[in-house]
Design a protein around this ligand. Structure first.
Ligand code: NDP
Ligand code: 2IT
Length: 445
C-alpha cells in the first residue's frame, strides 16, 4: 500500500470499526483508485474520497410483525442511502439472518460504482433486514413485508430511492412490498423494480443479472479469441442469479456441472440441461426446497458443506454470496486450469483470492462490472414506468447486451495494459470517474 492509501484506509478503519465486509469493499476500491488519483490532480481536492466513503444517510428501524401463531416478532430493518450524485438511490433489499450494517454498507458502496458503470442515471443504495424468510409461510412473509414497508415508505419514492430484490427478496416479496407502498401513499408509481409483468415490471428483469453475467463473460472470452461453446462451467448458488446464468450458459453451448446452496453443492458431470434446470427453478422458487434434492432426483453427487470450487472447470461463476471463494479455492481453480472467473454475486471472492487471480493472470471480472445487468434492467424498468410504456423482450435483451458490452469496454479503457486486462482496476476507475466528475460539478454537498 502507498502511504496516502495507508493513511486514508486507517482513517476509514477507525471510523467504521466492526465492519469487516465494508472495509474489504473499500480496500479493494481504494487499491485501484488511489494510484489513479495520485496521477490526476483534479481528483485530489475537496475530500472527494472521504465524502464518497461516507454514506449520505443510513436509516435503521424496528420491524414488528405477528407470526402465524399470533406471537409478536421483531426484526431490524435498514436502508443505506449511499450516494445520489447521478440519480435516485438505487439498489436491492436483502432479507437474510446475516444482514447487518457492515454487509449493507459494503453492498451500498459497491452499488454506487456498479450503477455508474451501467451508464444509466442511478445513485447507489442498499437495504434489507435480518428477517429469515426460510421456513416462514407466505402469510408471515407478507406480514413482515407490510410492516417493513410501513417504515421504509417514508424514505423512498420513484425520484428519491428505488429498491429492488437481492438475496431472499424475489417476485413474491416485491409484490407484497409494492402493494403496501401503494396503499400507504395512494399512488401507483415505479417505486420498486422487479415488479410483476402485469403491474409495471420489465420483461427480462428476473433473467437480467444471470444473462448479463454470461454476456459479460462472452465479451471477456471474445477479447481473447475464445467462446463459451463447450466450456465446462462451475456455478455456485441456485437462486435468481445462478438459475439464469445457468440458462444462458446452456443456450450458448456450455456444460454447467455444479449448483449449490448454503448446505453444499451438487456435481452433475453430464451437465445440467434445460429440463433439469426447470426442476431447479421449481424446486427453489415454488417448493423452496434444498439443492440436495437435485442429486437424489438425477442420481448425481451432493457434497455437503462445501463450495463447488474443487471441481475441475474452465470457468467459475460464483453466484451465491460474499466471501464464498477464498485463496485456497483460487489456487485450486488455477491448478485445475480454470481460465475465467466472473462474479455473479457481490464480492464473492476474498481479497486474497482476487489477488491470486490477478497475479496468475486469470481473466477475473469483479461483481460491480459482471453482475450489473440486473440493476441495468431495473434502470430500464424505471424508464418504462416513467414513459408508461412496455418494451418487448427482444428490445430489453438487446439493450442489456449493449450495456454489458459497454461496461466491458469501460473496463478495457482503464484496465488494459500490454500484458493483461485488469478488470478490477478498470471497473473501479471507470465507475469512480463518472461519480467523481459529477460530485465536483455539484460542489460541497
Ligand atoms: P437468491 O436469494 O435468489 O439466492 C441466493 C443463493 O445463494 C441461494 O442458493 C442461497 O442458498 C445461496 N446463499 C445465500 N447465502 C448463502 C451463504 N451465506 N452461504 C452459502 N450460500 C448462500 O439471491 P440472488 O440470486 O438474487 O443473489 C445471489 C447473489 O447475487 C448475491 O450476492 C446478490 O447480492 C447478488 N446479486 C443479485 C442481483 C439480483 O438481481 N438478484 C443483482 C446483482 C447481484 P440458500 O437457499 O441455502 O440460502
Ligand atoms: O446487487 C444488485 O445489483 C441488485 N441486487 C439489484 C439491484 C437493483 O436495483 O435492481
Amino acid at each position: 500500500m502507498s502511504s496516502s492509501l495507508t493513511s486514508l484506509f486507517s482513517e476509514v478503519t477507525k471510523l467504521n470499526p466492526n465492519e469487516p465486509e465494508f472495509l474489504q469493499a473499500v480496500e479493494e476500491f481504494l487499491t485501484s483508485v488511489v494510484p489513479f488519483i495520485e496521477k490526476h490532480d483534479n481528483y485530489k481536492a475537496d475530500h472527494l474520497l472521504q465524502r464518497l466513503i461516507e454514506p449520505e444517510r443510513v436509516i435503521i428501524f424496528r420491524v414488528p410483525w405477528l407470526d402465524d401463531k399470533g406471537e409478536m416478532q421483531v426484526n431490524r430493518g435498514f436502508r443505506v442511502e449511499y450516494n445520489s450524485t447521478i440519480g435516485p438511490y438505487k439498489g436491492g433489499l436483502r432479507f437474510h439472518p446475516s444482514v447487518n450494517l457492515s454487509i449493507l454498507k459494503f453492498l451500498g458502496f459497491e452499488q454506487i460504482f456498479k450503477n455508474a458503470l451501467t451508464g444509466l442515471p442511478m445513485g447507489g443504495g442498499k437495504g434489507g433486514s435480518d428477517f429469515d424468510p426460510k421456513g416462514k409461510s407466505d402469510n408471515e412473509v407478507m406480514k413482515f413485508c407490510q410492516s417493513f414497508m410501513l417504515e421504509l415508505s417514508r424514505h423512498i419514492g420513484p425520484n428519491t430511492d428505488v429498491p429492488a430484490g437481492d438475496i431472499g427478496v424475489g417476485g413474491r416479496e416485491i409484490g407484497y412490498l409494492f402493494g403496501q407502498y401503494k396503499r400507504i401513499k395512494n399512488e401507483f408509481t415505479g417505486v420498486l423494480t422487479g415488479k410483476g409483468q402485469g403491474w409495471g415490471g420489465s420483461l427480462i428483469r428476473p433473467e437480467a443479472t444471470g444473462y448479463g453475467l454470461v454476456y459479460f463473460l462472452r465479451e471477456m472470452l471474445r477479447a481473447q479469441n475464445m467462446t463459451i461453446q463447450d466450456k465446462v462451467i462451475a456455478i455456485s448458488g441456485s437462486g435468481n442469479v445462478a438459475q439464469y446464468a445457468c440458462e444462458k450458459a446452456i443456450d450458448l453451448g456450455a456444460k454447467v456441472v455444479t449448483l449449490s446452496d448454503s448446505s453444499g453443492y451438487i456435481y452433475d458431470p453430464n451437465g445440467i440441461d434445460k429440463k433439469k434446470l426447470e426442476y431447479v427453478v421449481e424446486l427453489k422458487t415454488i417448493h423452496r426446497g434444498r439443492i440436495s434434492e437435485y442429486a437424489q432426483n438425477f442420481n448425481c453427487s451432493f457434497v455437503k458443506g462445501k463450495t463447488p470450487w474443487e471441481v475441475k472447470c474452465d470457468i467459475a461463476l460464483p453466484c451465491a454470496t460474499q466471501n464464498e471463494l477464498n485463496e485456497k479455492d483460487a489456487k485450486t481453480l488455477v491448478q485445475n486450469k480454470c481460465v475465467a472467473v466472473c462474479e455473479g454475486a457481490n464480492m464473492p471472492s476474498t481479497i486474497d483470492a482476487v489477488n491470486y487471480f490477478l497475479s496468475n493472470r486469470i481473466l477475473f471480472a469483479p461483481g460491480k462490472a459482471a453482475n450489473a445487468g440486473g440493476v441495468a434492467v431495473s434502470g430500464l424498468e424505471m424508464s418504462q414506468n416513467s414513459l408508461r410504456l412496455h418494451w418487448s423482450r427482444e428490445e430489453v435483451d438487446e439493450k442489456l447486451q449493449i450495456i454489458m458490452r459497454d461496461i466491458h469496454q469501460a473496463c478495457l479503457k482503464y484496465g488494459e495494459s500490454k500484458e493483461y486486462i485488469d478488470y478490477v482496476k478498470g471497473a473501479n476507475i471507470a465507475g469512480f470517474i463518472k461519480i467523481a466528475d459529477a460530485m465536483i460539478d455539484q460542489g460541497l454537498v
